[in-house]
Each structure stands twice: as structure tokens, then as C-alpha cells.
Design a protein around this ligand. Structure first.
Ligand SMILES: [Zn+2]
Length: 216
């Protein structure tokens, strides 16, 4: 009888200890997830050469239903005869040809060289080109995962290079011959609204830092 009572008491104490442990650990488990996302984008965008002073972000669609960075690179290299291949700095997959929402980094980013994503060379020299796989001029719209990845990527890049929201534009806003890219169904306003929200959060997070991120 005594043994059973003691047993019960020990089990209760162990349960209490586990509960306390979880109570203390849970917020950290949550934090770890958030930190991981931030580090992933930072790691993805890290380069081993001197960074270009990017001043614009231009968003494109691939005008194809499927594809990935490798397929577009092949097209730009072999059909367009562009020595540096893939015209964009980043490609975001739609689940057809590459994983839905996956951000692929092009060689023009790792080398920090100009894009070939618009017909305006002045823009290509200062603008980061991001292409979402899909044809948003037709019935298609970007997937939720593409939008989430795009917002995270733009949020990171715009904060890193201090690019104002007015310099985050669709290809059709570039001064060049008219283009439908990134398509009439591309939700540019939704993207911009979500970016401003992120920028407010990001600036709060960085409160107290003496220098902009890229000077550290
Ligand atoms: Zn375009």
C-alpha cells in the first residue's frame, strides 16, 4: 500500500516536471522556427563576391506553365545566346518543373552581375530580377507558396539594400517597349501591401542596431 502511494506521488512529480519543462521549452521551440526561416533567406542570398548596389526589384512571370532556373538558363544561353545565361537573379517555382514556392538562385546573383530581364540596360544594371514560374496573363495566378516566398525574398532584399517600395515594380512598369509581364492576374498591390507590413516588423526587430545590415 505504502509503495503504491509513493509510486503515485513519484509519477505525479515526474508529470509536473515534464509539464514545467514543456512550459519553459515551448516558446523557444517556436522561436527556433522563426529564426530558421530568416537564416534560410539570408543564407540563400549570401554571396562570396563584392555586392552590387542594387536599387530596384523587378518582378516577372515566365509566361510558361512550368519550368525552373535550369530550363530558363538553357533557353537564354542556347536560344537567346546570352553568355551569362539565366536572365533573372532568382526564380520561384510553382510546383510544375520545380517545387512549389522554391526559390532558386541564378548565377547572375552569385556573381552579382547585371540581369538581362528587361529591354532597358540601365534598369538591368541596378535591378534585381525575380521570375515566378507561370503565365499570369492567362487564367493562372501565382500559388500561395510562390507569394509567400516572393514576399519573404523581397522583404529581405529590400531591407538589405534599402530599396524603397516605389522601386519594387512589375516588368510592365519598366521604361521599355510595352510588355504584359508579369501578367494582368499578378497581384502587385497585395505583394506591396504585405511587404510594407514586413518592413515595419523588420525595422522594429533591428531597433538599436547602429549600422544598416549591409555595412556590418
Ligand atoms: Zn518580364
Amino acid at each position: 500500500m505504502k509503495i503504491t502511494e509513493r509510486h503515485v506521488r513519484i509519477v505525479a512529480i515526474v508529470k509536473f516536471a515534464i509539464a514545467i519543462g514543456l512550459f519553459i521549452a515551448l516558446p523557444f521551440i517556436g522561436m527556433k522556427k522563426i529564426v530558421t526561416v530568416v537564416i534560410d533567406i539570408e543564407e540563400l542570398c549570401s554571396v562570396e563576391v563584392e555586392e552590387n548596389s542594387w536599387r530596384q526589384i523587378v518582378i516577372h512571370h515566365s509566361a510558361t506553365n512550368s519550368g525552373d532556373a535550369q530550363a530558363f538558363d538553357k533557353y537564354h544561353r542556347e536560344k537567346k545566346k546570352w553568355a551569362n545565361g539565366l536572365a533573372y537573379h532568382f526564380v520561384i517555382g510553382n510546383g510544375s518543373g520545380s517545387k512549389d514556392g522554391k526559390i532558386e538562385v541564378g548565377e547572375r546573383w552569385t556573381k552579382q552581375i547585371h540581369g538581362a530581364h528587361t529591354a532597358n540596360m540601365d534598369t538591368n544594371r541596378i535591378a534585381i530580377g525575380i521570375c515566378l514560374v507561370g503565365n499570369f496573363e492567362e487564367e493562372q495566378v501565382p500559388t500561395q507558396k510562390q507569394i509567400t516566398s516572393l514576399v519573404s525574398l523581397i522583404n529581405y532584399l529590400s531591407n538589405r539594400y534599402q530599396i524603397p517600395k516605389s522601386n519594387i515594380i512589375g516588368h510592365n512598369q519598366v521604361a521599355q517597349k510595352s510588355t504584359a509581364c508579369p501578367g494582368k492576374n499578378f497581384p502587385i498591390e497585395t505583394i506591396l501591401n504585405r511587404i510594407s507590413l514586413f518592413q515595419v516588423q523588420a525595422s522594429r526587430m533591428h531597433t538599436g542596431k547602429q549600422q544598416p545590415h549591409h555595412l556590418q
